[in-house]
Design a protein around this ligand. Structure first.
Ligand SMILES: *Cc1c(COP(=O)(O)O)cnc(C)c1O
Length: 352
């Protein structure tokens, strides 16, 4: 499938609350309200994987009656707009930035943290990108540029390629990351031509976004392998979602399946408190229990870092189930994955 194939998969899927109600049931008026709060898009590939609006894949993308009336959360929970020195760029950490190159996606995830902008904000113009790229050029401390959105692979190969070339031409930019859910939700977009373009810009990393083992289909696995075969390290960022993946067995299958597809689980995100997505929130204890059920019980490489993106713009904070029971100058007492207690004797001061 070339460019027309993936574009027609996007236009021929479900693109409104009314169509979602006709396909999955539910009150069209309520689902139209949900659509007003955040656009609807389920491309025909991802649609083909969904059994019902409440199965783990349906829940992620079929609009819910709970969205429009949700009074929890805020519009911009991570206060990204406050850390945006020029439009479409977020500069929060000392040495890296997020560059938002489009607000279109191949599906609109109902738990999206950028609901305020995604699907609605027009694609940044060439002039907008000129300003954002100048900012990166003028800030020598930026050594890592994360190309995100929206989904950057909604751009054509040539538009994306020319953006990547311009970023790569900045001497202080060491690495480029492309963050895209497309290998999972529209794998036919990962073409040999796209891979040829991406590999021109090494060192380039790719982080994708699988949330459930049923998303690991022959097509999506192949897409990840094509990227890996292009010398691109592929990571995965999962969002912890109630009714989708908030149980240890599902998460274990997902992370093991990802490693088998040569994708390294990178982050497990606590779901952000964004208005309209309150029905996806889990407790943090559930996340800690999932990490405890993975660590030691499966490959260490399969275990992602569980992070909370601090509401208000504090950045990511890793939360770890506590292992250390006691720590003194002499010894550290800790628990292993199975709950057994061990002691490590600290080295004595020199000469003692
Ligand atoms: C997540 C994020 C990054 C990247 O963080 P890493 O921990 O380096 O993956 C950069 N900028 C912003 C604003 C982010 O939210």
């Amino acid at each position: 499938m070339g460019e027309t194939g993936w574009k027609s998969a996007v236009s021929s899927g479900i693109n409104s609350g009314t169509e979602a109600a006709a396909r999955f049931g539910g009150d069209p008026v309520t689902l139209e309200k949900a659509e007003k709060s955040f656009p609807v898009r389920i491309n025909s590939y991802y649609l083909s994987l969904i059994g019902s609006s409440t199965d783990p894949l349906g829940r992620q993308v079929v609009p819910s009656g709970m969205e429009a009336g949700d009074t929890s959360g805020t519009g911009d929970p991570l206060a990204e707009d406050a850390d945006s020195p020029v439009p479409h760029l977020v500069h929060r950490y000392p040495d890296r930035v997020l560059l938002l190159v489009t607000y279109q996606c191949a599906v609109y995830c109902r738990f999206c943290t950028r609901r305020r902008a995604v699907g609605r904000t027009p694609t940044p113009t060439a002039g907008d990108m000129d300003r954002a790229i100048s900012y990166i050029s003028n800030h020598g401390e930026i050594r890592d540029v994360i190309v995100s959105g929206g989904d950057p692979l909604m751009l054509s190969d040539s538009t994306l390629g020319s953006l990547l070339s311009r970023i790569r031409a900045i001497p202080h930019v060491e690495i480029i990351r492309v963050d895209s859910r497309i290998p999972c939700v529209l794998p036919s977009r990962i073409t040999p031509e796209l891979c040829t373009e991406l590999r021109k810009h090494h060192p380039l990393y790719f982080n994708t976004h699988f949330n459930h083992p049923r998303e690991l289909t022959p097509e999506s696995i192949r897409a990840c392998e094509m990227l890996a075969d292009s010398g691109i390290p592929v990571g995965n960022q999962t969002v912890l979602l109630k009714g989708v993946n908030n149980d240890p067995e599902t998460m274990k299958k997902l992370v093991q399946g990802l490693l088998a597809a040569r994708v390294k689980p990178y982050y497990l995100y606590q779901c952000d408190p964004v208005s309209g997505a309150g029905h996806f929130l889990t407790t943090i204890q559930e996340g800690l229990d999932i990490i405890s059920a993975l660590r030691g019980y499966t490959s260490g490489m399969a275990v992602p870092a569980y992070v909370i993106d601090a509401p208000g713009g504090g950045g990511k904070v890793q939360v770890i189930p506590p292992d250390i029971i006691e720590i003194t100058d002499e010894r550290v007492v800790f628990r292993n994955y199975a709950g057994r207690v061990f002691t490590y004797i600290q080295p004595g001061p020199a000469g003692k």
